[in-house]
Design a protein around this ligand. Structure first.
Ligand code: PLP
Length: 377
């Protein structure tokens, strides 16, 4: 988006506003598929659950990773228009429910769709057997998350040593393990995590085969990093590593899927906020804007992400602090940003804010989440 386009949208719609450019989403999806041609992309809806994004990605050919019943239903409603007889293969081709822990009520509601579900422990397995006996299973493995911005391995994934027992137990109680999955941690800039995870998955698959069970699906999860700053190595470098390990370790007919969230949507969105107050505190200019860490900038808290703020105005810069609109003291969007001299009603913008941002916005302090404007849908 050019600055001129952003200003025009802010003028027409007011602020705070998040602008989502669907050309960028389509481009990110095309890049993902081109660089990882053997891997089907199941968009992780949690990153940004706007139905407009789901429809754009569906039309581009994507499938979906959901993590709750409402996400499952939302995807289902936005994409399903196939004859009933094709619906079963369609569900697995198009949706994976990748939250390893599910309430029993969710399992009961999902069972009629014969969904593809992940699990990582015995209690979950027994729950699935009881409440969703028609589900297909994917075992989530615990893999190194070293250096990833968001660590997931302390919460999910079975240890390698338990994996084959969990597969055998599933078959013993009448369920079918279709695949293995892992997640290397979100915004994974340490590409060795992927290499190690692929090797762990290959070893588990080999052992399962030696015990009589062929695993057909490999789900390499999310974690594909976004160039928030220049230190992030380019995606093609990661894709080359993944392609080469997949070629070396797995049978050529294995079905491979991934659950990219951030990679597909982060760079597609820009937030625009208006300066509503100004103060000089402790020798520093502080601006207060009409958005906050409880709203579009919630990724600062939940996603461990730091966003840059930029001004539309030019001029000599100084180090400033930008606070959010709420009364909470921890609502600081950025502590030291180089900004020109600005006045109340001037606008600021923040790029690459499409993932884990407005998705986790709250209504704290009575402020509504920013409006979202979709362009190039
Ligand atoms: N899949 C699962 C199971 C996840 O938990 C997440 C993120 O937390 C994702 C996919 C998406 O990850 P990312 O946005 O890093 O691609």
């Amino acid at each position: 988006m050019t600055q001129k386009q952003l200003l025009a949208i802010a003028k027409r719609h007011g602020t705070p506003v998040v602008v989502i450019d669907h050309d960028v989403i389509r481009r990110n999806y095309a890049t993902f598929r081109r660089r990882l041609p053997k891997v089907q992309a199941y968009y992780a809806v949690k990153a940004n659950p706007a139905p407009e994004i789901i429809r754009t990605l569906y039309r581009a050919g994507a499938s979906f990773d959901v993590a709750s019943l409402p996400e499952f239903m939302m995807v289902h409603e936005n994409i399903q228009h196939l004859p009933a007889k094709e619906r079963q293969s369609f569900i697995w081709d198009k949706i994976i429910y990748a939250n390893p822990i599910k309430p029993k009520e969710t399992l009961e509601a999902l069972d009629e769709y014969k969904p593809l579900l992940t699990y990582d422990n015995l209690d979950e397995l027994r729950k699935i057997r009881r409440y969703a006996p028609h589900a297909g299973l994917v075992l989530r493995l615990r893999v190194p998350n070293t250096g990833s911005m968001v660590e997931l391995s302390s919460k999910f994934g079975c240890d390698t040593g338990e994996a084959v027992d969990l597969i055998l137990e599933a078959f013993r109680i009448g369920l079918v393990v279709e695949g293995l999955s892992f997640h290397v941690g979100s915004q994974c800039t340490n590409f060795d995590n992927f290499v190690q995870a692929l090797n762990i998955a290959a070893a588990v698959m080999r052992e399962a085969r030696s015990r009589g069970h062929e695993i057909k699906i490999l789900d390499i999860g999310g974690g594909f990093p976004v160039p928030y700053d220049a230190r992030v190595k380019p995606f093609p470098v990661l894709a080359r590593k993944i392609n080469s390990e997949i070629g070396r370790l797995f049978a050529h007919d294995i079905e491979i899927l991934a659950e990219p969230g951030r990679f597909l949507v982060a760079t597609a969105a820009t937030a625009v906020a208006r300066i509503i107050g100004k103060a000089f505190r402790d020798g520093k200019t502080c601006y207060y804007v009409d958005d906050s860490v409880y709203h579009t900038f919630s990724g600062i808290v939940f996603d461990h992400c730091q966003y840059r703020l930029k001004a539309f105005k030019k001029g000599e810069t100084e180090i400033c602090t930008v606070f959010g609109q709420t009364c909470d003291g921890m609502d600081a969007i950025v502590q030291s940003e180089e900004l020109p001299h600005l006045e109340i009603d001037d606008l600021l913008y923040s790029e690459n804010i499409g993932a884990y941002s407005n998705a986790s916005a709250t209504h704290f302090n009575g402020f509504e989440p920013a409006q979202v404007v979709h362009v190039n849908e």
